[in-house]
Design a protein around this ligand. Structure first.
Ligand code: ADP
Ligand code: ZN
Length: 748
């Protein structure tokens, strides 16, 4: 029997059409339609041409022959999805409760869909007349110009088609379209040319180091697994040469013709890493992240799907890159929060990477100096092989860390952001012509504006967060909704006139630095200064080339960056995130300080770190000072075990949100009621904890937030995922909406 039935998913995100539909493949398309192809199909009452994904080509269908509609045309010249990705979407549907098409959409650039082929060099043709008229003309031309007639008919069924696609569908189609254009029946539009991302064109000129014995051992172990695949935790102190290790494994894998996927948490990390990879793998490297222009993203994606690029570097969503035969997947700084998607579907890139590892028989390398507690625990339990690099390369010492108690500084009357110790170290460093990095943790409530008299902080009118002071121009900004407020002279609560700017922001550090060290040139890297495309790349290059002595920045300078001349790292305020209402706040603080400290002393100059804190005795600070992961792990894992926190239990969390507080409260209550039924009665699922309350951030951007938090034994959660989603989908909430996250990465 001929396989001429296409089973498709239409590209419409709605629960009602979250299933497959069968279509007949007309003979002219038989050679082209394969699983993964995007096609136009007539859909719905009006038979409107609708984009769809072919998930399977088969020889039979339950649809009666007279009801079976026909595929109208192929959209692209090649399948946009590989069968493995279709299976991955199924996995995501079950695990993250998303629609099948929502998962599929993550796997291609949005420009590909909806035919907005922006940024790609291509010419599209579309009807210049109505579809009716086109069909009449087509019928009239049937004899004289059969090819033109077919093209016209095709265009009557579908939206604009690129000339190259048209040529692929109908040989000679492009010429026919031109003839039709002369007759005024079709029109042409051209779109601008695509570029390669700037940062991807530059290679790293540093000489390539020979591996030390520890690195070699790690490389050999992982290469030994290249045939069958397997999961590894590459746990190495900062500067131990982890990047070099996984590059070698990738090289071996490339020699066998297999491709590689490298994920990094921060876009800021991609320029340095890409430069290294380009030097070694040349044109094989493709870059995927949200900072690329639409055209670049499209172009890079296309190089991957067509097999021209086989080494992909990118941020979270690059985990879906359409690579074939993946030999190695690297998740660099695997503990990072940014691997968890804050928007639906709430997937975790590490979990997706694991799933793709299984499908491809790949080696998965989770790399970190400060692995997530869950990951280290998993490795100790045998879920991943643990490879440890305990020392820095070239026997470089780990930087020496000084902890400064800022309460003492205040007592001595020092109200600047520079403690006496940090000031002294800065002075020494700059005098020696070495470089310094100043890290400001912006997570949490920094740079608040507080009335000295009544102690109240200015809050945003729409969000439940304090405003942040900005110097230039002077104003108060909400970092959640970007609302701006003029600075008032008087406090709204008590009418007194004095405000103190408490906490620390990058701008304040920059200003004080300028006052204290007028000769030092500083670069600031934060979300505000890094708006422009390629801004990261430029800032890093300037710092690397020594055009600036100081780099001031937020999270984006904390991880992975490798500058040789940095002798001093100052952690300006270490504990801004220490007391956030989230069970991971100590872990995050420890990780960040250790990571940022690791930026110091990576070249010939030894490194020194000054950590400023109000909580010098906190285990997260003490262990970070010693850069002792094992000790932190031991303390924290004991606390997690005692309180039944992950990895000893798993959370699920519903977030109910809306503009009207009462509606949100009522919505949460109704959901809570429905859930109660799930946990009642014989043999029902069991939750360790189950409560409804306002979320820790009760209001953001004028939206009220209530949460229902459930805690389970891991196995119980696995069993409950389906029912938890069903409860949410089965509720009609009025005036609010609900979202469910399984194993949420943050609890704010
Ligand atoms: P990590 O990712 O563990 O912090 P990197 O891989 O960035 O460390 O390596 C730190 C620095 O050491 C890099 O500049 C790298 O080129 C260099 N390096 C790596 N391996 C060696 C080695 N075996 N000998 C000398 N230098 C090395
Ligand atoms: Zn706000």
């Amino acid at each position: 029997m001929q396989a001429d039935i296409a089973r498709v998913m239409v590209d419409i995100a709605h629960t009602n059409v979250d299933r497959t539909f069968d279509y007949r493949i007309p003979p002219r398309l038989l050679a082209d339609v394969r699983a993964g192809m995007r096609v136009f199909v007539p859909f719905g009452v009006g038979n409107r041409p609708t984009e769809a994904f072919v998930v399977e080509v088969r020889s039979s269908t339950d649809v009666p022959a007279d009801k079976l509609k026909r595929v109208a045309s192929c959209i692209d010249a090649y399948p946009a999805l590989w069968p493995e990705q279709i299976a991955l979407a199924r996995f995501m549907q079950a695990r993250y409760g998303c629609l099948f098409v929502e998962a599929l959409r993550l796997m291609m650039p949005s420009q590909l869909r909806g035919r907005q082929v922006e940024g790609r060099q291509c010419v599209t043709v579309a009807l210049a007349v109505g579809a009716e008229r086109a069909r009449e003309e087509s019928a009239a031309m049937q004899r004289r110009a059969p090819l033109q007639a077919r093209v016209l008919e095709l265009l009557a069924d579908v939206a604009p088609v690129s000339l190259s696609d048209l040529e692929a569908i109908e040989k000679g189609g492009a010429a026919a379209a031109r003839a039709l254009e002369k007759k005024g029946l079709v029109r042409r539009e051209s779109v601008r040319v695509a570029r390669r991302p700037y940062a991807a064109l530059r290679g790293d000129s540093r000489p390539r180091p020979a591996l030390n014995p520890r690195q070699q051992e790690a490389v050999d172990t992982m290469c030994g697994a290249l045939d069958g695949g397997g999961e590894f935790l590459l746990f190495g102190v900062t500067g131990s040469g982890k990047t070099e290790v996984y590059m070698h494994v990738i090289e071996q894998s490339r020699k066998r013709g297999r491709s590689a996927l490298v994920l990094v948490p921060e876009i800021a990390l991609t320029p340095q890493l890409t430069a290294l990879f380009v030097a070694r793998f040349g044109e094989d490297v493709a870059l995927l992240h949200s900072r690329l222009s639409a055209g670049e993203r499209m172009d890079e994606w296309e190089r991957i799907v067509t097999g021209r690029a086989k080494v992909v570097i990118g941020a979270r969503s690059a985990v879906f890159a359409p690579l074939q035969d993946i030999g190695v997947i690297v998740v660099d700084e695997e503990q990072e929060n940014s691997y968890h998607s804050q928007i639906r579907p709430h997937y975790h890139a590490r979990e997706i990477a694991r799933e793709r590892m299984r499908a491809h028989g790949a080696v998965l390398i989770l790399s970190s100096a400060t692995p997530a507690l869950e990951t280290y625990h998993r490795a100790l339990a045998g879920g991943a092989r643990l490879l440890t690099l305990g020392e820095r390369v070239m026997s470089r010492p780990l930087p020496e860390v000084e902890v400064v108690d800022m309460r003492e500084e205040l007592r001595r009357g020092n109200r600047t952001v520079f403690s006496a110790a940090l000031y002294r170290r800065m002075k020494e460093t700059l005098a020696r012509g070495e470089q310094a990095m100043l890290y400001v943790n912006r997570r949490g409530y920094s740079a608040q504006i507080v009335c000295l008299h009544c102690g109240k902080a200015l809050k945003c009118r729409h969000c439940d967060v304090t405003l942040t002071f900005h110097q230039n121009p002077p104003r108060a900004l909400c970092h959640y909704c970007h609302a701006e407020y003029p600075l008032k002279r008087t406090c709204a609560h008590c009418g007194e006139t004095y405000f103190r700017y408490q906490g620390v922001g990058t701008q304040r550090v920059e200003r004080q630095l300028r006052a204290l060290f007028p000769d030092a040139f500083a670069i600031r890297m934060d979300l505000n200064t890094m708006q422009k495309k390629d801004a990261h790349f430029k800032a890093q290059q300037d710092f690397e080339k020594g055009r600036a002595q100081v780099l001031i920045g937020t999270q984006m300078i904390a991880k992975g960056l490798d500058f040789r001349n940095v002798a001093l790292v100052g952690v300006v305020a270490a504990d801004t995130a220490l007391f956030l209402p989230d069970f991971r706040s100590a872990e995050r603080t420890f990780q960040l300080i250790t990571q940022v400290a690791g930026r110091a002393g990576r070249g010939d100059v030894p490194g020194r770190v000054v950590v400023q804190t109000y909580n010098p005795g906190h285990p997260a600070i003490v262990c970070a000072k010693e850069q002792d992961y094992q000790r932190f792990y031991a303390e924290e894992i004991a606390a997690r075990r005692a309180c039944l926190y992950p990895p000893f239990a798993a959370f699920a969390r519903y977030l109910v949100t809306g503009k009207d507080r009462h509606a949100v409260k009522a919505g949460a209550a109704s959901l809570y009621g429905a859930l109660k039924a799930l946990f009642a009665g014989e043999g029902a699922a069991e939750a360790l904890m189950f409560r409804a309350s306002p979320a820790p951030l009760e209001r953001i951007r004028g939206v009220w937030r209530y949460e229902i938090v459930l805690k389970f034994h891991e196995e119980d959660l696995e069993r409950c995922i389906g029912p938890l989603w069903d409860v949410m989908r089965g509720r009609r909430l009025k005036g609010c909406r609900a979202d469910l996250e399984i194993r949420p990465a943050n609890m704010l």
